[in-house]
Design a protein around this ligand. Structure first.
Ligand SMILES: [Zn+2]
Length: 236
């Protein structure tokens, strides 16, 4: 269900359309979708990826987001059980998944989501075990500051959206986990960029969205930032 809701946000927010109205409809023929067309994953398989009314191809992204959301939420439930921590981490995961897909599809990170995330993170920091608002604000400042440097130097490749997103991530992970998030994102982004250039999928100068790497690393750091950092430091 949450996956379907995220799909609506991902579809409509970048276009500036209301999230609650009109109800879900086929983008091909405009036919309103009945509840039976909206069962996560199953409808897509049953309809073989085509609209019931006009046979237009349905976007594969919708079931993929539903699947990813289901897997992430199940993982979080196993980690935290029924707890406040579970609710907060589900909210983070929802925000991160929306940002991931919107950045992949449109190359933007909407301020509405990022700023909402910042405000929520600050609120959550009071409730999250072992964190607190001071820690969150330091994390946010470090995230914002560290990405501001390449933004100012390069003026290309990295957008201001990535800088603001790093601020949100820092608020969510706190300090020093924000360093884990940024390092992971840079390593993963770099590795994927090298692979794409090697296989000539992209030229050396094509821009690749950095947001998806940031949010994926961010979620990992929210969940396992401190153990990962300890493990990393023990290597030396
Ligand atoms: Zn249709």
């Amino acid at each position: 269900m949450t996956g379907s809701f995220l799909n609506v946000i991902i579809d409509r927010l970048p276009r500036g359309v209301s999230i609650v109205h009109p109800p879900s409809h086929c983008d091909g023929c405009g036919h309103p979708l009945s509840p039976i067309d909206l069962i996560p994953l199953l409808s897509f398989l049953w309809l073989r990826g085509k609209c019931r009314y006009c046979k237009a191809k349905l976007s594969l992204r919708v079931p993929l987001v539903e699947l990813a959301t289901g897997i992430v939420f199940a993982l979080l439930a196993m980690l935290y059980g029924i707890s406040l921590q579970l609710v907060m981490s589900i909210v983070y995961a929802g925000l991160f998944i929306s940002l991931f897909v919107i950045d992949m599809e449109h190359g933007i990170l909407p301020d509405k989501i990022v700023f909402t995330g910042m405000a929520l993170s600050l609120g959550f920091s009071f409730l999250w075990t072992g964190r607190g608002p001071v820690n969150a604000l330091i994390g946010g400042g470090v995230g914002l500051g560290l990405l501001l440097i390449p933004y100012i130097i390069s003026r290309r490749g990295m957008g201001l959206g990535d800088v603001k997103l790093a601020g949100f991530l820092g608020l969510a992970t706190g300090f020093p986990s924000v360093l884990v998030a940024l390092l992971l994102a840079i390593l993963a982004g770099g590795a994927v960029a090298i692979v794409l250039v090697l296989f000539r999928k992209k030229g050396r100068k094509d821009a690749m969205p950095f947001g998806p790497f940031l949010v994926t690393a961010g979620l990992i750091a929210v969940l396992w930032g401190e153990p990962l950092l300890k493990w990393y430091l023990r290597l030396f």
